[in-house]
Design a protein around this ligand. Structure first.
Ligand code: FES
Length: 236
């Protein structure tokens, strides 16, 4: 295979036209090309107006979440050869989020929901002389939680998130659980209090899309199950 067809959703609100798909031929001119390499090739050699986000190119910043052949992923860490079907990639912006231009979506609502759940340590006891210590066993409980890079791939894959604009979504909920599970945090009550309603944890219907969509291999559904269990336990 010398070339791959990138079929990309284009949209420019300033031109006043409806979204449409445009084909680009991407040359596979180096081994192990990522989808981001293909998008860069298009922007640098074919159409400088193509809009997409990227920054670190290492799967760390979370800015390049995108939908390729129906699945959400990061363009910078996904090999073209991993996902290409019949020589073609259909590339669209993350679903369920407002479209800004081409492959760029508006993440404001997604990030507002993240900040709503207080994603920082809350302490009520006086600060110790040096630092708040944590045992290796308690630190281990945060594995699989702290690695979230806020790319939006999980929330944008969730039908409950699409259907209910008030639902916090799997990413925000995973981040709540990351702090509830932290032995140094003293804000579990106020965090859980935010979630015991139909737009909090109970809106999750265990559809499981979020697990497949997470490029870091995290399990938001399991985190939400932990929240649900804690919500039930605090009633008794
Ligand atoms: Fe930063 Fe892909 S460019 S995660």
């Amino acid at each position: 295979m010398d070339t791959v067809t990138f079929t990309i959703l284009r949209y420019d609100p300033e031109k006043g036209s409806k979204p449409y798909y445009q084909d680009f031929e991407v040359k596979l001119n180096k081994p192990g090309m990522m989808i981001l390499d293909g998008l860069n090739q298009i922007r640098w050699e074919q159409d400088g107006t193509l809009a997409f986000r990227r920054s670190c190119r290492e799967g760390v910043c979370g800015s390049d979440g995108i939908n390729v052949n129906g699945a959400n992923m990061l363009t910078c860490v996904t090999h073209i050869e991993e996902v290409v079907k019949n020589g073609k990639l259909v590339i669209q912006p993350l679903p369920g989020m407002a479209l800004v231009k081409d492959l760029v979506v508006d993440l404001s609502d997604f990030l507002q929901k993240y900040f709503l759940v207080k994603p920082y340590l809350i302490s009520k006891t006086p600060a110790p002389a040096r630092e708040r210590l944590q045992s290796p066993e308690d630190r281990k409980k945060l594995d699989g939680l702290y690695e979230c890079i806020l790319c939006g791939c999980c929330s944008s894959s969730c039908p409950s998130y699409w259907a209910d604009p008030e639902y916090l979504g799997p990413s925000a909920l995973l981040n709540v659980w990351r702090f509830v599970e932290d032995s140094r945090d003293e804000g579990a009550e106020e965090r859980l209090g935010l979630l015991d309603n139909r737009n909090g944890a109970w809106r999750c219907h265990t559809i499981l899309n979020c697990i497949e969509a997470c490029p870091k291999g995290l399990n938001p559904t399991q985190a939400i199950a932990g929240i649900k269990r804690a919500l039930v336990e605090r009633k008794f």
